[in-house]
Design a protein around this ligand. Structure first.
Ligand code: SF4
Length: 62
């Protein structure tokens, strides 16, 4: 099973690129807070979020 983790020590919550870029809405924007992972079971492991995160805060394991 795919496991997606946001390293909140790295994520500063400003860009929230993962929320916009994921084609399967795996991340949710909590407005004033940092993004959260909500639908990881739907992840197809494209790694677009991981590659594009400016803080390199997304960790994906299978
Ligand atoms: S790997 Fe792809 S499908 Fe999975 S969370 Fe990242 S952008 Fe979304």
């Amino acid at each position: 099973m795919v496991k997606i983790r946001i390293d909140y020590a790295k994520c500063d919550g400003t860009d929230k690129l993962c929320v916009e870029i994921c084609p399967f809405s795996i991340f949710r924007d909590k407005k004033s807070a940092k993004p959260t992972v909500v639908n990881e079971k739907d992840c197809i492991l494209c790694r677009t979020c991981q590659v594009n995160c400016p803080a390199q805060a997304i960790e994906i394991s299978v």
